[in-house]
Design a protein around this ligand. Structure first.
Ligand SMILES: C[S@@+](CC[C@H](N)C(=O)[O-])C[C@H]1O[C@@H](n2cnc3c(N)ncnc32)[C@H](O)[C@@H]1O
Length: 302
């Protein structure tokens, strides 16, 4: 994928006062040791590979190349950010998701492997379909909608987020992955940005599902760096899910799919919301790769 981070230095002639790749990696490992422990050397390697638009394997062949002054300056600032606890993906400005390298910054959640599984379940459900139209609620970086547009039988997607910052990131990702013409990005709270009469074959969402009181049990890297609006749902964790379950039938085609990522802790409550609505067929709760009840799929009756 094209596109360069603004702060990334342009390659320029090597400055002999600066370290070689090998020396920079050694320094990187030492800088990160206190924060990252056993992972320090690996993280130092990945950061430098990302900075130099290289790969960890290729860097091994370039160990004697000197860094330019710019490259060394940016690498040191990246190491300092990592040592302060910032997630690697925010530092590099990129996160891997399925086939994609998506742009991320602190206005979006870093897309997760569990969500790759959510996309997989939607793709399975869609197999054999064509010309489908989907809705992604809480699109963040656009990971779900963009993947489904590229990998599935979707003609178009509407993607909604309450955060203007997130939509800016999704817009860049849509453009870099060449789906911008098929992705309609809208700002608003859940269904508020939809027009009366709009109908979708699939509504998919990875909504905020952490209870406000659970903040203390989150890893620091999540709690201190990822956007609160992407994480917390309210006192129980099921608030946003229940709003989606309640309103989705008005926007789904008959027999259409509602696909949600949920926390294992709210999975039972989410299933109960669907049963209580009585408008859906019996839902299916699938496990993620870690064996957690995470992916909730329900078809609209009728
Ligand atoms: C858990 S993140 C998921 C982001 C992305 N879909 C992903 O899976 O990586 C939840 C997203 O929902 C958005 N959000 C939170 N409350 C919302 C609301 N009421 N209406 C629309 N979007 C909301 C947040 O800004 C955030 O981008």
């Amino acid at each position: 994928m094209s596109g360069r981070r603004p702060e990334k230095p342009s390659p320029s002639s090597a400055d002999h006062a600066t370290p070689t790749v090998k020396e920079a990696l050694e320094r990187g490992g030492r800088t990160l040791a206190a924060h990252s422990g056993d992972e320090a050397s690996r993280e130092a390697l990945f950061l430098l590979a990302g900075l130099l638009d290289s790969s960890p394997g290729r860097l091994a062949l370039e160990r004697d190349r000197s860094l330019s002054q710019d490259e060394w300056g940016v690498y040191q600032s990246w190491l300092d950010r990592r040592a302060a606890g910032e997630p690697m993906q925010y530092i590099e400005g990129r996160a891997a998701f399925r086939e994609l390298s998506l742009r991320v910054d602190r206005s979006v959640l870093i897309p997760r492997p569990e969500t790759e599984q959510l996309v997989e379940h939607v793709l399975e459900w869609c197999r054999g379909g064509e010309g489908l139209v989907g809705l992604d609620l809480g699109t963040g970086s656009g990971a779900i909608a963009i993947s489904l547009l590229l990998e599935g039988p979707f003609r178009a997607f509407v993607a909604v987020d309450i955060s203007g910052g997130a939509l800016n990131v999704a817009r860049v990702n849509a453009s870099e992955t060449r789906v911008a013409e098929r992705l309609d990005l809208r700002q608003g709270s859940l269904f508020e940005a939809l027009r009366p009469g709009e109908r979708f074959h699939v509504i998919v969402s990875n909504p905020p599902y952490i209870a406000d009181g659970e903040a203390g049990s989150l890893p620091e890297e999540v709690r201190d760096w990822e956007p609160a609006v992407a994480l917390y749902s309210g006192p129980t964790g099921v608030e946003v899910i229940s709003q989606i379950v309640e309103s989705a039938p008005r926007f789904l085609e008959p027999g259409g799919l509602l696909a949600l990522e949920v926390a294992p802790t709210v999975a039972d409550a989410a299933v109960q919301c669907i049963r209580d609505s009585a408008l859906y067929r019996e839902p299916r709760l699938a496990h993620d790769l870690a064996g957690q009840r995470r992916l909730l799929l329900a078809e609209l009756g009728g």
